[in-house]
Design a protein around this ligand. Sequence first.
Ligand SMILES: [Mn+2]
Length: 283
Amino acid sequence: MKICWANTDDFSEASVVIVGIPDESKSHAMRKGSSEAPHRIREISNVRDTYKRGNQVSRGLPVDGIRSKVYDYGNILRPETGKTVEKIASSSKTPIILGGDHSLSTEIIKSMSKKFGQVSLVYFDAHPDFVSSTTNYYGSVVNDVIPFIDVKSSIQVGIRTPEEEELENIKRYGIPMITPLDFLRKGIQKVEEEILGRIGKNTYVSLDMDCIDPAFAPGVSVPVPLGLQSIDVLYLLKSLARRGLIGLDIMEVCPNYDIKDRTSHLASRIIGEVISSLGKPSP
Ligand SMILES: [Mn+2]
């Protein structure tokens, strides 16, 4: 099944390519099932973001419409990540990748850096994923991608449950973190300014859905209360997309623990909204 936003069957004419990687082999979460997310997000997009009247099928578009050509590549296996991402990036298309556990981002970012050099990373997550005493799993992503990112133009957003060694690593590398309380204190526009002022030309966004409060996104592998509002995350993602992204991933949706597919529906709408804003001038 293709995501409802797909509007071409021709890879060559697409500017956006959706890829699913149904793999959670490097997760340590007690809650299993993030490998089911690519399928469920696509399925829900075809139910909740699609309106059917007799034989007529219509999409519930973002208000500014979708003009990009969007191709759904289907699912791939974890070992195919590198060559798939390189294929998409080398043909100047923007990949939107659905996990799966967050460690998949390590492979994606590594592949992106082959074309773009060190990338600016905007990392939305409740957890810093900056463990260095254990590596090559979903809790060490930021540690593992250090050689492939430009630390000076990278930032973490939504962080609220760091481990001691992660706090040390954040300090050591000087990657700023914006917490949910910072959103309250500064307001969304200051947060936006801070992120846009930090990032460089080649920006990659990694979105762990657990950055969002479990009230909005209960179906994630490792939920943490007191998180971001979904509309604030959307505001930032659309702002980043208008400025231009080299890629985006959406990780850690865990359909088994969702409430009435709320989180998959949110992920689907976020994808539609980001596509609608990609590379467009500010309104
Ligand atoms: Mn994560």
